[in-house]
Ligand binder design. Structure first.
Ligand code: URA
Length: 271
C-alpha cells in the first residue's frame, strides 16, 4: 500500500504546488495559467511534434532572451540592495517562480565585506524565504563562524551576506537549467555591484558556472582565486569552494574546504 505522506512528499518534490481545491479543476482551462502548456492531443489525432511535456526555460510565458533582457533592465535600474530585492520579487520572467512558495533573495548584512553566493533555494529555503536555512545552511554557518564571520554577527565577528544564483526553488531540488541561470544572472551581477564586497565565495558548480562559464568543474575550480570586475568598479577576489551539501555527503572533503576558508580569512584579514 502507498503511504499517503510519502506520496504527498513525492508530489511536493516534483513541483506540485497546489492541492487545495475541493473540486477537481482542468488546468488547461485556467485563463491566467502562468505558463504555456498545450493540452495533450486527442487520441485520434497525431500528437503535435513540438508539444512540450516538461516546463522549462523557453516554455515559460516569456521567451528566455526577452526575460534576460528585462532582468538586465530591472537590475540596472535598482540603486540599492533593497530596490534590487524588490525588483527580483516583482519579476515574473523566471519559469521557476510559479512553482515556488517564496522568492529567496538574501540573508545577512547587505553590503557586508564577505559575499557568499550559493546555488538555489531548497525545500527549507522555499518554506522560510531565506537562503541556506536547511542542513547545508547550518553547516555553512559553522564554517563561517570558524573564520570569525556570521550572517548575524555578534561582537568581534565580521558580517557576511548570503545570496543565491537562482531565486526560486527548482522542482525536486534539481540543478537549475542554463536558461534559468541566464535569466537570473543579471540580478546576481547587480547584487555583486551593489554589495561591493571585499571578497566573494562561490559554493559549488552552479554559481561558479554562472559567473565563469568556462570554469572547470568544482573539483578543479575550488581553491583557485579568480576575479570579478563590476562595470566601472574594482576587481573583487572570488573563491569557488565545495558546496556545504556536498561536504555533508563527503565529510572527507572538509579538509579541503577548511583550507579554502583559511585562504578567505587571510584575504579578508579577519584575524
Ligand atoms: N543550497 C544553496 O546553494 N542555497 C540555498 O539557499 C540552500 C541550499
Amino acid at each position: 500500500m502507498i503511504d499517503p505522506r510519502a506520496l504527498l512528499d513525492w508530489y511536493a518534490a516534483s513541483g506540485v504546488w497546489s492541492a487545495e481545491d475541493a473540486e477537481p479543476s482542468n488546468f488547461y482551462d485556467w485563463p491566467d495559467r502562468p505558463f504555456r502548456l498545450d493540452p495533450p492531443a486527442p487520441a485520434h489525432e497525431a500528437p503535435a511534434p513540438t508539444a512540450p511535456s516538461i516546463i522549462s526555460g523557453d516554455e515559460a510565458g516569456m521567451p528566455i532572451d526577452e526575460a534576460a533582457t528585462l532582468a538586465r533592465q530591472l537590475a540596472a535600474a535598482a540603486q540599492s540592495i533593497e530596490e534590487l530585492d524588490q525588483a527580483i520579487r516583482d519579476f515574473d520572467g523566471c519559469p521557476l517562480k510559479p512553482g515556488a512558495r517564496n522568492t529567496v533573495v538574501y540573508d545577512g548584512v547587505p553590503g557586508a565585506p564577505l559575499l557568499i553566493i550559493g546555488e538555489a533555494p531548497g525545500k527549507d529555503e522555499d518554506r522560510v524565504g531565506k537562503p541556506f536555512v536547511g542542513r547545508a545552511g547550518q553547516l555553512l554557518d559553522r564554517m563561517l563562524a570558524a573564520i570569525g564571520t556570521s550572517r548575524a554577527p555578534s561582537e568581534g565577528q565580521d558580517a557576511v551576506c548570503i545570496t543565491n544564483s537562482i531565486y526560486w526553488r527548482p522542482p525536486g531540488n534539481r540543478t537549475p537549467t542554463k536558461a534559468e541561470m541566464t535569466v537570473c544572472l543579471p540580478f546576481v551581477e547587480r547584487f555583486i555591484t551593489l554589495s561591493a564586497p571585499r571578497a566573494i565565495v562561490l559554493t559549488g558548480n552552479v554559481p561558479t558556472g554562472a559567473l565563469y562559464p568556462d570554469a572547470p568543474g568544482i573539483t578543479r575550480a575550488r581553491g583557485q582565486w579568480r576575479e570579478w570586475t563590476p562595470t566601472g568598479g574594482h576587481a573583487i577576489p572570488v573563491l569557488p569552494i565545495f558546496h556545504p551539501a556536498f561536504l555533508l555527503r563527503q565529510p572527507a572533503q572538509k579538509r579541503l574546504a577548511w583550507a579554502d576558508l583559511l585562504a578567505v580569512k587571510d584575504r579578508m584579514s579577519v584575524h
